[in-house]
Ligand binder design. Structure first.
Ligand code: SF4
Length: 287
């Protein structure tokens, strides 16, 4: 895709292909703490080379436009669940599924100080949701790597007194969304890693409550209606359950850290269209 670099006002800027924010890049062997997000961990799982080029060589990848419609459904769902949180009530979908003992988690508030030394009171759930500046985070073993992420929601099992990790997902498909088929789709596999990764971080945050083995995706699916658009889109809503597994993660995270501390750039992925394109492109550019 064609992605032109622009500033906040939409003016064109010179694209260098490098990240100008050097603090976002890692120096092999560095001792200073460094945060690695869930998305970067997933990059590593897909292609260690691309991960390395971005994290260590500081290359800036072209990025597509933000998914504003998905962001909107997330925002609306957050509002709906926050209302239940405020009233300490379960949600209509959970009640429908016989899970009315599960309620959105209310962790109270915390006072945080920003970079201008201003103090502000935050709802704990909003801190955990804000992946960019706060979010959930914990150190990986005794390394300098801080694992970080932002959850969409956390629910509370009032019977077991456990915290449940939740992510909202928006999609548009003519196929029904169901527990039986959802994870058969290869592109949904990463969602399991996402939930596992968040659970791993939160387990190490030493919170008051344990992290449940149950986690959920709240999937909203845009439907193609016979009657047409008429200024509205209808969605089906499905709760997809995932059993948390974190045992395999430590090994993978350690491999990721070893890669970051190496001076050798890993090999790329044979099936990657982007690298194939770049190879062909470099042949033409040399002519
Ligand atoms: S194979 Fe793909 S993902 Fe890996 S470095 Fe090349 S462009 Fe990146």
């Amino acid at each position: 895709m064609i992605d032109l670099k622009r500033d906040d006002k939409g003016n064109l800027k010179n694209a260098t292909g490098l990240n100008s924010q050097k603090w976002r890049c890692y120096k092999p062997g560095q001792e200073k703490d460094f945060s690695v997000s869930r998305s970067r961990f997933e990059d590593f799982s897909k292609c260690p080379r691309c991960f390395y080029l971005r994290m260590v060589k500081c290359l800036q990848q072209p990025e597509g436009p933000p998914f504003r419609l998905n962001e909107l459904t997330d925002t609306l769902l957050k509002k709906e669940f926050d209302e239940c949180r405020k009233n300490k009530k379960s949600h209509r979908k959970l009640i429908e599924k016989g899970l009315d003992h599960i309620i959105p988690f209310d962790g109270g508030t915390e006072i945080l100080t920003n970079s201008k030394n201003e103090k502000k009171e935050w709802q704990v759930i909003d801190i955990w949701r804000d992946a960019r500046s706060k979010g959930i985070k914990s150190r990986f073993k005794d390394t300098n790597i801080i694992l970080q992420g932002g959850v969409d929601d956390v629910w509370f099992n009032t019977k077991t007194k456990e915290l449940i990790i939740v992510d909202y997902k928006s999609q548009a498909s003519n196929e029904d969304v169901s527990q039986d088929t959802y994870f058969q789709k290869w592109h949904h596999d990463g969602y399991k890693t996402q939930l596992n990764f968040y659970a791993y971080i939160m387990k190490n945050m030493k919170l008051e409550f344990d992290i449940s083995k149950d986690s959920y995706l709240y999937v909203v699916n845009g439907l193609e209606l016979e009657e047409g658009f008429n200024s509205q889109i209808k969605f089906s809503e499905t709760l997809i359950h995932h059993k948390i597994e974190t045992d395999y993660l430590e090994d993978k995270i350690q491999k990721m850290i070893d890669t970051m501390n190496s001076t050798k750039t890993p090999k790329g992925h044979e099936s990657c269209k982007n690298c194939a394109y770049a190879r062909q492109r470099s042949i033409i550019d040399k002519l």
